[in-house]
Design a protein around this ligand. Structure first.
Ligand code: PMT
Length: 213
């Protein structure tokens, strides 16, 4: 029996691409698999799902918004916050983008030696500002210690933070499995075993409705 009937859920997935020129970008290695698994599981449990993604989306997802940059993703997510019961932010959003994006392809001989970067919008912070009674689940891509993830769980206003060590075997970017640690805003951390991304999604959806209290 689906347990998310009547819920509206928005999931972000994939890595944003911040253009240098029309053919080159600053980006990351997110495949969208983690976000897609979360969207598919919510759909299977009866939720009305919106997937905001930079990557190909599963056919069964009702509402798909394709985006490319962090600015596009921010606009797509922020304009939908008030309609959601849960927002899960599994996308790997670039923290910085080139300060100048060229309209035509840079020739090798005129390529700049240095690309100046500027910060992108903090989408998660904007979600937390705009939400009414929507649950917010963030992800944290870390490379070793969980200290920074615990600090994010405590400072970012999320209801739950899912940390993954993107350097661990079978975990993080592009893999079909993930080893995540579930961190609550009080700083408690619960490591889960290495699971398929579909199993991580299933366990998350077992947990999220209970966060409403
Ligand atoms: O797509 P896959 O190949 O399956 O890989 C999955 C994954 C490794 C991308 C995923 O599990 C994951 O960790 N996603 C979050 C990656 C990330 O951006 O982490 P972060 O610690 O930099 O950001 C923390 C949170 O803030 C994230 O929820 C992120 O979506 C959000 N963020 C970050 C920067 C920004 N400008 N705006 C944001 O909203």
């Amino acid at each position: 029996m689906p347990d998310l009937n009547g819920w509206s859920v928005l999931v972000t997935a994939g890595g944003t691409r911040e253009p240098i020129d029309p053919v080159r970008y600053v980006g990351n290695r997110s495949s969208g698999k983690m976000g897609n698994a979360i969207a598919l599981e919510a759909h299977a449990r009866g939720a009305d799902v919106t997937l905001v993604t930079t990557m190909p989306a599963p056919d069964t997802i009702e509402h798909v918004v394709q985006v490319e940059t962090a600015a596009d993703m921010a606009e797509a997510v922020w304009s939908r916050v008030v309609d959601q019961d849960v927002i899960v932010m599994a996308a790997a959003v670039a923290d910085f983008r080139p300060a100048t994006s060229h309209d035509t392809k840079l020739a090798r001989r005129s390529a700049p030696a240095v690309i100046e970067l500027e910060p992108t919008p903090d989408i998660l912070a904007g979600v937390v500002e705009r939400r009414r009674d929507c649950l917010v689940v963030g992800f944290a891509a870390e490379t070793g210690s969980l200290e920074r993830a615990i600090e994010k769980a405590q400072s970012k206003g999320v209801d739950l933070l899912v940390a993954n060590d993107v350097l661990a075997d079978g975990s993080g970017f592009g893999t079909v499995t993930n080893q995540v640690t579930i961190i609550t805003p009080d700083g408690s951390a619960q490591p889960w075993p290495l699971l398929s991304k579909a199993e991580v999604a299933s366990r998350l959806w077992d947990m999220i409705p209970g966060l409403r209290g």
